[in-house]
Design a protein around this ligand. Structure first.
Ligand code: TXA
Ligand code: MG
Length: 312
């Protein structure tokens, strides 16, 4: 049985207590729901991998309540400091050199000498992280390879009975995962996400290079097939073909639309809810209208490309 907790003081205290005793708890962030566990406990972190059926080589993001807590675990290059000052709390994950003796389970990093860290902005996440008083490892709260959850109902649809609890904080505002930046030592975009690339580049005053797939970091969020609905998915569609349900955007009107107004922020928030709904309705063939490759369109197209990729 998975407990469904309300995001009041009592629910947050219960969730923090479960984390402190080694259990997995799903919680809201402004991007997607995370599946949290005590990052300092091998057993607790192993339970995340088991619940999601996640490959052990795929490292996790550690969530912390403030940048000071990050500095205690990681070294921060000057550019990282600048990005953290500009965008934390928020939809940004930084991959940083892990300090020796930081106490994070090696399962979290999959043995790498870097740690992915994020300070989320969601009020419930921040309250939970403060109450937990320990670093919380959390991948998205979905079975590995499937659609990410942006509501407590999505979490339960994928993981009911496999995790101790879900803290219900309503729908996620951003709707796509955080943007991940590594340092090589220059900043490198490892995954487009809820913080637009343009905002990062404006802060850095320079264009951001992209992590080469199969480079030093192969983030399985970068695996070809990921974020996948059960049905097939075709991108760049301006009309439905035989048997397809068309998901519209802007002038392309579908049976549903990510944003009739062509607003990419609205479309990002609608992306996973719409795909979850089509999945639940058993739609076998999904077509999606063209999405511009700017702002949050980068993250939307990235998720769509992986959803469209052949399944292994
Ligand atoms: O918005 C988000 O980022 C959500 C919420 C819950 O914070 N989390 C999330 O986690 O999307 P997950 O596990 O689904 O994606 C984390 C990505 C993976 O692709 C993983 O490979 C990469 O981060 N990652 C983690 N640690 C890394 C490291 N040390 N080096 C490179 N990539 C890393
Ligand atoms: Mg994920």
């Amino acid at each position: 049985m998975t407990e469904r907790l309300t995001s009041d003081r009592e629910g947050i205290a219960r969730a923090a207590g479960l984390l402190a005793t080694g259990h997995c708890v799903a919680f809201p962030t402004e991007t997607v729901y995370g599946l949290g566990a005590d990052a300092t406990s091998d057993r607790a972190v192993a339970a995340i991998f088991a619940a999601k059926d996640r490959p052990r080589f795929n490292p996790l993001i550690v969530h912390l309540p403030d940048p000071e807590a990050v500095a205690a675990l990681c070294r921060m290059p000057e550019t990282a400091e600048r990005l953290a000052a500009a965008f934390w709390p928020g939809a940004l994950t930084l991959v940083l050199p892990l300090r020796a003796g930081a106490g994070v389970s090696p399962l979290v990093t999959a043995g790498l000498d870097t740690l992915a860290v994020r300070v989320p902005a969601h009020g419930v996440a921040r309250d939970l992280l403060r109450a937990a008083g320990r670093p919380v490892a959390a991948p998205s709260a979905n079975p590995s390879g499937r659609l990410s959850p942006t509501t407590a109902a999505h979490v339960l649809a994928g993981l009911d009975g496999r995790i101790a609890a879900v803290l219900d904080g309503g729908p996620c505002g951003v709707g796509v995962e955080s943007t991940i930046v590594g340092f090589d030592p220059e900043p490198v975009l490892l995954r487009p996400g809820g913080l637009p690339r343009e905002a990062l580049e404006a802060c850095l005053g320079a264009p951001l290079s992209e992590g080469a797939p199969g480079g030093p970091v192969s983030a399985p969020g970068q695996l070809a097939s990921h974020y996948a609905p059960r049905g097939s998915l075709r991108m760049g569609a301006t009309a439905a073909r035989e048997g397809e349900v068309l998901v519209g955007f802007a002038a392309v009107a579908g049976e549903v639309s990510l944003s009739p107004a062509g607003d990419l922020v609205e479309a990002a928030a609608a992306l996973f809810p719409v795909l979850h709904r089509l999945d639940a309705a058993g739609v076998a063939r999904i077509a999606v209208a063209p999405i511009p490759e700017t702002g949050l369109g980068l993250a939307i197209n990235d998720r769509l490309r992986r959803a469209a990729a052949p399944r292994s």
